[in-house]
Design a protein around this ligand. Structure first.
Ligand SMILES: [Zn+2]
Length: 294
């Protein structure tokens, strides 16, 4: 500020006495700020509405906070399919929970219950459920709690592996958002167990994924867990498939390249240290396998 007022000093005698506030450069940030003030600020609440739901377990009716279609504003997609959205995070509202009986499931599964599953929930969930009042806007910790309730329901009635796997994967994503790597890994490992089971035993599509997308995902989750051998096996099967679509083959190749790079770096470090440990031999074995396969 003080500097600005000195810029035109010395010109007073020439008739310019009131020029201390003149800026030589316009400040676009200021202009943008005032523009923003005129536009209505977008809030999470604007993208939510209450949807009336009838619980398939206790038949009570309740309203579920639901994200409007216009709220799905994608910002970026991670290599394990996690999508970051602008303004509102739709994953926060993915679990539908009946506050009367405690039945919870992800939106895609909520109404798909068989009679014996309903009975299982009545016996093992509803009988214990205390009830909880949630605020109108959910945060990440509420979302995690609701996904855990949903996972508990799936586990109690022994739902398909794919359901438990997807639920675990979403918990893993939320823990990543929190920077909690320990829990991210815990739920990623559990997701991996379920997706491998689903890949072998369930019909596709699974949550919109065909069998190649599932194979890719298993490969990528293995890569993230440091299981390079198994990751390369699944990614390789996608890459060499004749019928997988081009897009999934491309992203599989990208992730395979990341592993190759990682292994190359590990090899270089070994060369420098010139150590001949069992671990090094293991890595070499993995490398030769890698270059034979592709
Ligand atoms: Zn209910």
């Amino acid at each position: 500020m003080g500097q600005d007022s000195n810029i035109f000093s010395g010109l007073e005698d020439l008739g310019f006495t009131d020029i201390s506030n003149i800026e030589i450069y316009k400040k676009p940030e200021k202009e943008k700020e005032s523009e923003h003030k005129n536009k209505p600020k977008l809030t999470e609440d604007m993208f939510l509405y209450d949807k009336e739901i009838t619980c398939p377990v206790c038949e009570s009716t309740f309203s579920a906070r639901t994200v409007k279609t216009s709220g799905y504003r994608m910002k970026k997609r991670d290599s394990d399919f996690y999508i970051t959205y602008e303004i509102i995070n739709p994953y926060f509202y993915d679990v539908i929970l009946c506050n009367t009986c405690g039945y919870a499931a992800m939106k895609a599964d909520f109404h798909k219950l068989r009679q014996f599953e309903i009975e299982g929930i009545q016996k093992n969930i509803a009988s214990k459920w205390h009830g909880k009042k949630y605020p109108q806007i959910y945060d990440i910790n509420i979302a995690i709690e609701r996904y855990k309730l949903s996972l508990l329901n799936y586990s109690i009635i022994d739902s398909k592996a794919s359901k438990k796997a997807m639920n675990c994967l979403k918990l893993s994503w939320l823990y990543r958002e929190l920077g909690d790597t320990k829990n991210e890994e815990l739920f990623r490992k559990n997701a991996l167990i379920g997706f491998k089971d689903a890949y072998l035993n369930e019909a596709t599509p699974i949550y919109g994924m065909d069998s190649f997308a599932i194979m890719y995902l298993i490969g990528e989750l293995n890569r993230r867990s440091g299981n390079y051998d198994e990751a390369l096996k699944y990614l390789g099967d996608v890459i060499t498939s004749r019928i997988a679509n081009k897009k999934i083959k491309e992203i599989a190749a990208d992730q395979r390249d990341l592993i190759r790079e990682e292994l190359k770096n590990a090899e270089t470090t070994e060369d420098i240290s010139d150590a001949d440990t069992t671990e090094n031999k293991k890595k070499e074995g993995l490398l030769s396998k890698l270059f034979k396969s592709f």
